[in-house]
Every structure is written in C-alpha cells, then in structure tokens.
Write a protein that binds this ligand. Structure first.
Ligand SMILES: Cc1ncc(COP(=O)(O)O)c(C=O)c1O
Length: 362
C-alpha cells in the first residue's frame, strides 16, 4: 500500500525508511504532541526531547537485550568520527591496535587510526579482491583491541557468523547491518554505526560501549569532545545532539518492534536476500555475484553483467522501471542492490522479476 509516487529505493544510504514512520513524522511535523512546534525546533534540554531520547535508548536496549553494563550514545560525526575516536580513547601510549581488513571501510578505519599511532593488520581478504570475509585472523595479547567491519557495504560481504568473545577487546563497525539481525552484545566491547542505512536519517551515530572498558581509558591528551567519557557524563547532550534524527530513529525502533524485533527482521532480510541471490544464481552466468557465496551479505547484493555497456543498459532500464539506486559504489562499479531493513520483500520480488525479463530480452 505504498504511496504511488514512491520508487523501489535500493540506495546504499541514506536509504529507504518505513513509510509508516514517514507518515507519522508528517503528522507530527508542525505540532509535536501539543507542543506547538516541530521536534526540529525544540530545545535539546527540554522535557519533550529528553523523553524522545530516553525512549529511543530504552527501545534499543530492549531490542538488543543490552544490560546496563553498556553505555548507549547518540553522537554526530558518522562512523568516520568513530574511526578516529576509537584509537584515541583506547589504544594507550605505545600500544598497537589490530584491524581485520575486509573492505574499503575497514581500511579507512585503520588508516584513520594510523594517523595517531600504531596499527597492525590482524587478517585481510584484500588479495581475494575483498570477495570474502577473512577466514584467518589473529589477536595478540598486546593488542589494544581488534576491530572488524561486520558488513562490507561496497563489496557486499558480511560476517555471517560473528566472532565469539576475544582475549582482547572486540570492536565492530556495524554501519551497514546494525539491528538487521540479533547478535550477542556481550561478545563486544564496542559497536557503532551511522543510522542512515537500517535505522533512520543521517546525522546520528549509535555507539554502544562496555562501561568498564571506558573507565580504564587514559585520556590526558585527548580533546574533551573526543572522549567517550565526556559524552557519557553529558548523556549524549554534552553538545547539541541531532534531535530530529534521534526522534526519527526512535520511531524506526518502534517499527522494528512491530516487525517481530530482530528475529522477525532477520527472517525478512533472509527472504529478501534469498530472492535476489536466487535470481543471480539461476541466470546461468548472465548475472555474476561479486561476493563468494559463503560471505554473501544480506544487506548489499553486489553483481556484475558481462560488459560495462550491458551494466549501463541494465541500470538505465531499471531506473525507468522505478528501481532506483542500483549502481555499484563509485570505487568498484557494477551493480548493487541495498536491501536494508525498511525495503520490502515485494520490492525485491519485483526487482528479481525485472532481472529475469531483462535477461530474456538481452
Ligand atoms: C561499513 C561502513 N562503515 C563506515 C561508513 C562511513 O559512515 P559515515 O558516512 O557515517 O561516516 C560507511 C558508509 O557507507 C559504511 O558502509
């Protein structure tokens, strides 16, 4: 029952949001709960916003089953700022931080850490063109932490099975699969991700941190605004938070609960991905999946056609048929269908059908 003007949005982010959430936002836009103003216009210190943020945090904790051993932060600056904050807060003088290189974003996280200290590569799938998640990787007792990227947005690979607890703190960039499936937070010391793919509008970054770990951090040289401790004691309001993004995020979390929580959304995401991978695998080589089958992402389905020209034709005709955002990342080309939480199974079925028709005609 989608609005007639809306397209099937396969964009990689900022990405599709649940239509019911957009309608609720529209309804409340001019006058949020009799306040006479929009959430965009209200003080981040006022009661109305305080409730919005507290409710969002409570929903997030329920969905992820996160205990109060963990802090929840709503920050600005995207995952990219976390690339910088993480080593500043947790590497400590003279020690090394370990990174598993599974794609471009993992590499960017490591490069940012390299600007302020020592890093080491714990494992890599670069030699395999990042078509798979590294199967071989290691930690050393001396590592300050080990960092992984759970879903590689550009290459379309995903840690299907997340690692167990490590002997050193485990940190994950979950920017492109956070809250798309259940996972055990207790195995991690920190997870983070921008909201703009699975969870809401751009502008807010979720950071979950083990409290004990933050307490151990040595902070003398770190600017105050870059310390997790600052944002924890300021309850994510040390400076002005992205109030509107947090408000919409809260509504998306409520929508997630109505979808059966993380188990419910996981099943839906499996079905959606299955629909597209089947279309690829049954095409007798017309569509070629980029990722190795065992590392295939449930969030970003990457594929190529036989030539550049054919890919361009595919993308053009897809757009004309209302399938938007299917071109691959500018660094790798090809095609990519991003199928985050809010994209419907029906949209994936329509795309699979379009792929079949395009193949027959070409
Ligand atoms: C896995 C991953 N990490 C980090 C980022 C960068 O996020 P941001 O633009 O929020 O800094 C992205 C963006 O697409 C991503 O996909």
């Amino acid at each position: 029952m989608s609005h007639p003007a809306r397209v099937d949005n396969f964009g990689a982010g900022p990405a599709v949001l649940p239509e019911s959430v957009l309608l609720e936002v529209q309804e409340e836009l001019l006058n949020y709960r009799q306040s006479g103003m929009s959430v965009m216009e209200m003080s981040h210190r006022g009661k109305a916003y305080e409730e919005i943020q507290e409710e969002a945090e409570a929903r997030l904790r329920r969905l992820l089953q996160v205990s109060d051993e963990y802090e929840v932060l709503f920050l600005q600056g995207g995952a990219s700022l976390q690339f910088a904050m993480l080593p500043l807060n947790f590497r400590g003088e003279g020690s090394e931080a370990a990174y598993v290189l599974s794609g471009s974003w993992a590499n960017k996280a490591m490069q940012e850490a390299e600007t302020t200290g020592r890093v080491r590569i714990a494992g890599s799938s670069k030699e395999q063109g990042f078509r798979s998640i590294p199967t071989q990787w290691n930690t050393k007792e001396s590592d300050a932490y080990v960092h992984i990227t759970t879903n590689n947005t550009i290459y379309g690979t995903q840690w299907r099975q997340l690692p167990e607890k490590q002997s050193v703190p485990l940190v994950a960039d979950m920017s492109s699969d956070m809250l798309s499936r259940p996972f055990a937070m207790t195995n991690f010391d920190m997870v983070y991700g921008g909201a703009q793919k699975n969870l809401g509008p751009a502008g807010v970054t979720l950071v979950l941190l083990r409290r004990e770990w933050v307490q151990q951090a040595v902070m003398e040289e770190v600017p105050k605004v870059m310390r997790y401790a600052t944002h924890i004691s300021g309850k994510s309001r040390y400076n002005t938070p992205p109030v509107f993004s947090v408000y919409v995020l809260g509504k998306v979390l409520k929508w997630l609960e109505s979808m059966g929580g993380l188990r419910g959304i996981e099943q839906l995401n499996e079905d959606k991905a299955g629909t597209l991978y089947t279309a690829i695998d049954k095409s007798e080589g017309f569509y070629r999946g980029y990722a190795q089958a065992s590392s295939r992402s449930r969030m970003n389905v990457t594929f190529n056609l036989a030539s550049d020209e054919l890919e361009q034709k595919f993308l053009r005709e897809a757009a004309e048929s209302g399938f938007v955002g299917l071109s691959g990342h500018r660094s790798v080309g090809g095609c990519r269908a991003s199928i985050y939480n809010a994209l419907s199974l029906e949209a994936c079925s329509r795309l699979a059908e379009f792929m079949q028709t395009f193949r027959k005609n070409n």
